[in-house]
Each structure stands twice: as C-alpha cells, then as structure tokens.
Design a protein around this ligand. Structure first.
Ligand code: ADP
Ligand code: ZN
Ligand code: ZN
Length: 731
C-alpha cells in the first residue's frame, strides 16, 4: 500500500501539498516532522501535516519526498495547533504561518538533536605518536599538545586559532577523531531558584495585583491597567518569582522599541536564571540557540519581541505582554498576525495565564476586560514617591513660533533647565523640514513615485521620501520654475535640535529618531548618556515616548500634534490618547514633580479636553462607546483588502469584483473600493476594500467561502494584493 503525506510548505499559495513516501521512510513518519521535497525546480523544506493512504492525484502528478529531517516533531502540539488556528484566522497557508513560527536556521534544515556538540579527540595512535615526526608541522603539533590534556570542540576551533588544515591532516593520519556529545540542558533553576537583587516593598495596589495573579494557574487572561510609573514591571517580577518557584517558564513579550538592555537587565538582576532574548536583530544561529534553550527548559525566562510569541517552552508557566496596546505587536508585512491575540490563544491552548499590562489599554483589550472576559486589575497611583503631573495647553493660534516653539514653552524650558532638570520635546517628524517650498511659484517638491512631499535632511544635504527609497541632493533651483528662492516648510526634529543648540548653548541637546539611532547600539548609548545627565534637552519622535524611564525629566513638551487629531483613520483618537498619555508619563517619574505642556491650534477640541481633564481611562471608555455606535472594531469585525497596481483601474476593478463576491446585509458590510490614504506609493496606486461583520464567526465563514473565488479572479494576477485581518492602520 503506497503511503502519502500532506505537507505544509512556505510558499505563497493557500494550500498544502501531497507527496508520496518512499517505502524506506514509511515506518518513521509522523505529524510535525520536517521533510525535504521537490517543488518546481527547487528543493523546499516543509512540515508533515497528515499521513494518509489515499491520494486523488494521478500517479504521474505526484512526487516523492526526498528526505526526512527530524525524528521527533519540531514543535510541541500546542504550538502546532496554534499555527493551524492562526493560518485559518489570518487566511494564509499553514506553511506561511509556520515560517513565521520557526527560526530561519530550522527552516533551512538545521538539526534539532538537542544540544549536540562535536569535538576532536586523540586516537590511541595519536596518543602514542612520536611528536618529533611533526617537527616542521607546528600547527599540527599544537593540536596534539592541546588534545593531550583536553578535547577540542569544533565550534571553538576558530576562536582558539587552531588550523583547520592541521586538523584535516591529523585526521587523515588517524591520530585524531571527531566525536559527538549530548550536552544535558542545565535545569538547575528548577531545583533551587537563586534570587538576585532585593525587591521593593510592594505598595497596597501592587500587593493586591500580585496576590490575585499568583492564584491563577490555569488559563485566565488579565488586563493590568496601571498608570505610567505605577510599578507594573515590579508586579511582573513579583509574579515571576511564584512562577519560577513552581518550576515553570515565563514568556515575556515587549514592543520592538522596549527591548533594551535596561529592560532585560531588570529581569536578569532579580533572578539568577538563564534569560533567553529573542528579537529580529539576532543572527540565525543566535536565534536558534535561544529557541533551543527555551525549548529544553534551560532558559527560565524568555524575553522577546513579536515573533518570540512562537517560542516553544518545555515547562510553560505564563505569558506576559508588556505595553499590550503597542502597534508593533501587529505584523504589517506578509502575514499580518497580532502577537497579542495569538498570545491569548496560546495561553488557552497551553492552559496557562496570560497577563496584558499597559497604562493605555487598546480598546480591544479594554472591551474584553469590561465585559468580564478578562480579569481587570488596576494600579492608579505612581509607585515610589512620584507625584501627579501638572498639565497645560498652550494655544498657538496667531503666536509667533521659533522652530515650532512658542515663547511660553521656551520660557518654561528655561525655568526647568536652570533648576538643573532635563526637558523632553516630542515632535513626531524626523528630518529638518517636512517640505521644500518655492518662494516664487509656491511649488511644493513632491516625490515622483508617491503622493508625498520630500522631507529635507539638511545635515545629509538631501531630500528624501519617507515612503519609498527616493532621495536626491537638495535642489538649488525650483523643479517647476527654476527659481533659487527655495525655503524649508515646517519643522522636523533636526531643525528643532539645531535651533535649541543655539538658543540654549549651555544645555547639551540630544536628538532621538530613526535617523540618529540607525547604527547598532546607538540608541542604547544615547539613553545611557541621558540617564547620566550628559544631555539636558531631549528631542525626539515616538521612539522617545515609549517605556523609557528618565528620573530627571520634569518638563515634557508636545509640539505638533494637531495632525494626529484629524487623521482619517478610525483609530486616530485612540492612538493619540495613548501617545499623549505615554509621552506625559515621561515627566516627573521620580521624586520631582512633572509638567506637561501641549502646543495646539485646537485648544477647544473636545477629545483633547476630555483626555486632559479625565485621563486616558475615561477617554478610552467613551471612545469604545463611539466605536460601538459607529459599528467599528472592536464592536464589529474587520478585514481590509489592499490591492496595488501600476494602473489604478486594475486595482479598482479587482476590488470591485471581490465586493461582488461578499455578502451584504444588516450583519455584513462592504465599504469601497476606495483610495488608500497614501494613494500612490513607490509608483503604484493603492486601493482598499473593507469587509465588516457583526460577529466574528460570520466573517470567518463568509470570507472563507469567497476566498477561492477571489483567488481565481483573472485580475488577481495583475495586482499585488493582501488580506489584513483586524487592521491596525488603514495606510
Ligand atoms: P511601570 O512598569 O508601571 O512604568 P515600573 O515598574 O518601571 O513602572 O516602576 C517605576 C519606578 O518605580 C521604577 O523605578 C521602580 O523601581 C519604582 N518602583 C516600583 N514599585 C515600587 C515600590 N513598591 N516601591 C518603590 N519603588 C517602586
Ligand atoms: Zn518655483
Ligand atoms: Zn516616494
């Protein structure tokens, strides 16, 4: 009886593939093993989904698998189930979802035989060999001498400067031989947990939170809503102690920008355990090692960004997501999964608690907490001695501005600086100026490939498009009329920092944005210098707003936020509320009281007033009611279909045809096609279509039904298109 296997392959086709199994491999087959198979002209590595005795394909259509890579399944069952669930939820193939979940080294076929190391050892002949015969071969002599006392791990050969050709020569003489050794995972933390740094005495709110959380042993999702500086991280640490004493591991997910050595060290200092760190900056090999340490149970704590969600654990105990509202948990490119939502699902499947912490909960999480699906804990007061911040609005209508700064803000800055404190200015626009204007004809220089203005980068002498890779030297003459009277329009962080250096020559300025932190370790160095007080004025974009703890900052100024209040995106008010609250939270974290000043042309704006007077909590609850009334997420469920093409017509037609395939009634709504907010990008026109339903199941069913027909549309081949479930922004 021939045997077949269904294989998930990392290819952009929403299906699995069937292969035949040569009889020599038939006995060792199992779900979850990696195999190498022919695919087109290539050889690809995939995962066995199912072993079956039937196949509808004709014998000449079916190919055989080439090799079986594993002897035991690569992923624990729960993670396999999670990726299966996720591929259905996000409408991608299982193979695509699995390639998000599996480290590159393993996707390329690396062996998972647990921690095997190979080493060189002397043979009997080698031990008795006469070294005098090696007189001139000093490299070989060095090897033999070393091996008389110890062994030589192959992965240390280069580090210890042994010569590979000497090793080869000795091995050919059969004086040395290569052996393998299984390194036992070090699980000593499960026997005795060694504590590090002494914890703070928890305050009453923290103690209640910890007491509640330590009672959870099975699946339970909890929102920990704690104002910035209320000591959420202290709560995580106290909770971790219990988890580790239960001899279980913890997976901690943080936003991309939050994964600094500062954060990691806080966990390392508290517990004397192995902490595996997983993020996109690692080499394939480092990532794979961290993955193995988590899988074997050697790493008691695993900290990582979005994709670390898929890290297997031998003894799963809890998943903690810090700053759960952060947009970086949603992947934007390729498979658009949301690490928070998958973390909750994983908690379900592993039957372990999930903790979501933030000062500014997303409306999705808030809704779940308010309807009682999640447990809801709050920390309302700042830990330690930090006092409440003072907030103020500066109405800049008709005010003269210098580099975007009002006189009132400059005066306030002077007071804080002269008192020896630090000042932080937030401006969410990098570069020198967001546009280049011709003073004679009014022409604004626009990217020729996007619907966007060029940003001026004075220090680089370039104009750059922030939406594609377009960049040119700053023009001497207007592209339209040839005039040489060109002027920078608007203010970016570069210009602001330049101005401040002149205005406050005695107070060093640091600028933190994507341009100044491009080099590896640059952000880290800047943050350290800020903490040491080497800088007094901090200028930055969003990057500066997140999670950092600067005890000497007493004044925070927000410069140009009006745009954020009027964006077309339905999430704009929520995002603005989060940003404002997070930025304000940087002020006065230690013993010093803080002030937050916001410059605006919209001082009467209702949202702004509500946010400042009532705080994020109430603001967010009102936003949630509005979303419910407007039938928007999280009340309704949404898919965003994006299509781009060189001809706008193609994208439009394709989406119109899709619209025809989707149901529309009082429970299902189709909106569009319509141009994306950035209509043209990198030379392509971008259109979108929204499909919304009242309940989640409906969306799943209706779209699953339409998908094969959508894929079969001839237009599908003429556009680049994608499906974004639960879209986080409509760009
Ligand atoms: P969050 O994560 O909510 O922003 P952190 O846990 O980082 O807050 O705490 C903010 C600051 O307060 C840190 O410097 C921390 O060491 C300190 N802190 C936290 N809890 C306490 C406590 N119970 N007593 C004294 N200081 C505390
Ligand atoms: Zn001109
Ligand atoms: Zn461009």
């Amino acid at each position: 009886m021939p045997l077949f296997v269904e294989i998930a392959l990392p290819v952009p086709l929403r299906q699995n593939f069937t292969y035949q199994v040569p009889s020599s491999l038939a006995s060792s087959l199992q779900k979850g093993l990696r195999v190498k198979v022919p695919f087109g002209r290539q050889q690809v590595i995939g995962l066995i989904i199912r072993v079956t005795e039937h196949c509808d394909l004709k014998p000449q259509q079916i190919k055989s698998i080439l090799a079986l890579i594993d002897t035991t399944p690569l992923l624990p069952n729960t993670l396999f189930t999670l990726t299966q669930w996720a591929s259905r939820y996000y409408f991608c193939s299982l193979g695509q979802m699995l390639s998000q979940a599996i480290p590159v080294a393993l996707r390329k076929g690396a062996s998972v035989t647990d921690n095997v190391r190979t080493f060189w050892q002397l043979t009997e002949a080698g031990k008795n060999a006469d070294l005098n015969t090696l007189k001139r071969a000093t490299a070989q002599k060095k090897v033999i001498q070393h091996l008389h006392d110890s062994i030589l791990y192959t992965d240390e050969v280069a580090g210890l400067a042994f010569s590979p050709s000497a090793l080869k020569a000795l091995s050919e003489k059969q004086w040395i031989v290569k052996k393998t050794q299984v390194i036992q995972a070090d699980l000593s933390w499960r026997k005795t947990l060694v504590m590090g740094e002494e914890p703070h005495q928890l305050n009453a709110e923290q103690a209640i939170a910890v007491a509640t959380l330590t009672q959870q042993e099975n699946y339970q999702c909890t929102l920990l809503e704690g104002v910035t500086g209320s000591g959420k991280t202290e709560v995580y640490l106290a909770l971790l102690e219990t988890i580790l004493l239960r001899r279980r591991q913890a997976l901690i997910l943080v936003p991309e920008i939050g994964l600094t050595p500062q954060t990691i060290n806080r966990f390392k200092r508290r517990f004397n355990v192995n902490v595996a760190v997983i993020h996109s900056g690692l080499t394939d090999n480092q990532r794979y090692r961290a993955w193995q340490q988590a899988k074997s149970g050697e790493a008691a704590i695993i900290i990582g960004t979005r994709s670390a969600l898929f890290t297997p654990m031998a003894y799963p105990g809890i998943i903690i997501l810090d700053e759960e509202h952060d947009a970086s948990f949603k992947q934007q490119e390729g498979v658009g999964y949301h690490a928070r939502d998958l973390a909750v699902m994983r908690g379900h499947l592993e039957n372990i608690p999930v903790l979501l912490g933030t000062a500014t909960p997303s409306l999705e999480t808030l809704q779940n907490a308010l309807i009682g699906r999640y447990q809801h804990l709050t920390l309302g007061i700042r830990a330690g001695n930090a006092e409440k911040v003072r907030q103020g609005i500066i109405d800049i209508r008709n005010q003269p501005l210098r580099a975007g700064l009002s006189g009132a803000l400059i005066n306030e800055m002077r007071l804080h600086l002269e008192a020896g404190n630090q000042v932080m200015l937030f401006l969410n626009r990098r570069g020198f100026a967001p546009a280049l204007l011709c003073h004679e004809c009014g022409h604004l220089h626009e990217c020729d490939r996007c619907d966007a203005f060029f940003t001026i980068h004075q220090s680089l002498g370039e104009i750059r498009c922030h939406h594609c890779s377009n960049q040119y030297a700053i023009p001497q003459q207007c592209h339209q009329c040839g005039s040489t009277l060109l002027a920078a329009q608007g203010v970016g962080t570069e210009q602001l920092a330049d101005f401040l250096e002149k205005e406050f020559p005695h107070f060093p300025v640091v600028r933190i944005d994507r341009d100044t932190t491009r080099k590896k370790g640059a952000l880290e160095n800047q943050l350290n210098a800020i903490l040491k007080g080497e800088y007094k004025i901090l200028v930055g974009t969003q990057m500066l707003a997140k999670g950092h703890h600067f005890p000497d900052v007493t004044l925070v100024g927000l410069l140009d936020v009006d745009g954020a209040l009027f964006s077309a995106d339905f999430r704009a008010p929520e995002r603005f509320g989060q940003l404002y609250t997070q930025v304000s939270g940087r002020a006065g974290r230690a013993a010093k009281p803080g002030t937050v000043l916001l410059q605006t042309h919209q001082s009467e704006n209702i949202l702004l007033k509500e946010l400042m007077q009532k705080g994020y909590g109430e603001f967010a609850r009102n936003q949630l009611t509005e979303r419910q009334q407007a039938l928007l997420p999280p009340a309704w469920h949404m898919i965003l279909l994006r299509a781009e093409a060189h001809q706008a017509q193609d994208a439009d037609n394709f989406l119109s045809q899709i619209a025809q395939l989707l149901p529309q009634d009082d429970q299902c709504e189709v909106i569009g096609p319509m141009p994306a907010p950035l209509d043209k990008k990198a030379g392509k026109f971008r259109r979108q279509l929204i499909f919304q339903t009242k309940n989640r199941q409906q969306l799943q069913q209706a779209f699953e039904q339409a998908l094969p027909q959508i894929e079969a549309l001839p237009m599908a081949k003429r556009c680049r298109w994608s499906i974004d479930r639960d879209p986080q922004d409509l760009l």
